[in-house]
Design a protein around this ligand. Structure first.
Ligand SMILES: Nc1ncnc2c1ncn2[C@@H]1O[C@H](COP(=O)(O)OP(=O)(O)OP(=O)(O)O)[C@@H](O)[C@H]1O
Ligand SMILES: [Mg+2]
Length: 254
């Protein structure tokens, strides 16, 4: 079942064309891996899906469960169940990880208005328990939760924080932009386990990566190749293996 549908999407930045005629259906409970050379437009696609206002969509349509996302701001998209883990997560000093998660959980598509309609203490404590349980799963020290979001966290710790947010919010569509970059081998396994948990919960996953490493632990159902802003090929896990071996030569014109 298709959760996110991208039809004929073309995007430019000032007068530079970055994405051309992208067609992609992200399916429920499936891992879609997106690969492509540096600068091919992967992060741009992720940002555009989340409604980044800096890009100009010149054609096409994005919809989640049949609802057109055009004109929908990033926060509305998040409430509809979209989540993006950034390639370079930004620090938000003064906003603790725990506070952000509590606020977001009260607003998202699973818990819309919950905190407003039921501000009972037991709800707050069950949210806290959930946050603690997930942070334990990610082998994350408890003190992380009280620190400012991404403030002075190491590269790998920031990536784990992105996964913590995804698991707490349990989105319909989760986009991970190079979540595997900078992770040590244990962290990689933990983060990949997080992806598998999301998949099991029915989340549709877009996993942007350069490497096969993470795919061994979180095996993709589909692999898509983006070259110079165009989707040139889609296939199975075998496609990722082929790229690891021979790169993107076959799709790059001399
Ligand atoms: N704000 C910007 N100003 C100018 N050029 C930009 C901007 N954002 C993106 N680009 C350009 O758009 C193209 C696509 O960039 P994007 O970050 O989407 O690539 P990517 O596939 O994610 O690359 P990587 O694998 O290195 O992360 C690049 O040529 C990049 O330089
Ligand atoms: Mg990128």
């Amino acid at each position: 079942m298709s959760i996110l549908s991208i039809k004929n999407l073309s995007v430019q930045l000032e007068d530079k064309k970055i994405l051309s005629g992208i067609n992609l259906e992200l399916l429920r409970g499936k891992i879609h891996c997106l690969m492509g050379p540096n600068g091919s437009g992967k992060s741009t696609l992720a940002q555009v899906l989340m409604g980044h206002p800096g890009y100009l969509t010149t054609s096409g349509q994005i919809s989640i469960l049949g609802r057109n996302l055009e004109e929908k701001a990033t926060d509305e998209r998040a409430r509809l169940g979209m989540f993006l883990a950034f390639q370079n997560p930004v620090a938000v000093p003064g906003v603790s990880v725990a506070n952000l998660l509590r606020m977001a959980l009260g607003q998202n598509h699973n818990g819309k208005g919950r905190s407003k309609h039921n501000p009972a203490l037991n709800l707050v404590s069950s949210v806290n328990e959930k946050i603690l349980a997930v942070s334990r799963k990610l082998e994350m020290p408890r003190e992380f939760l009280n620190r400012g979001l991404n403030e002075e966290f190491s590269g790998g710790e920031k990536k784990k924080l992105e996964m913590l947010q995804a698991l707490i919010l349990s989105p319909r569509v989760a986009i991970f932009d190079e979540i595997d970059t900078g992770l040590d081998v244990d962290a990689l396994r933990i983060v990949a386990h997080g992806i598998s948990l999301l998949k099991k919960a029915g989340c549709s996953i877009l996993l942007i990566t350069h490497y096969q490493r993470i795919l061994k632990f979180a095996k993709p159902d589909y692999v898509h190749i983006l070259i110079k802003g165009k989707l040139v090929s889609s296939g199975s896990f075998i496609l990722a293996r082929k790229i690891e071996k021979s790169g993107y030569r076959e799709w790059l014109s001399p």
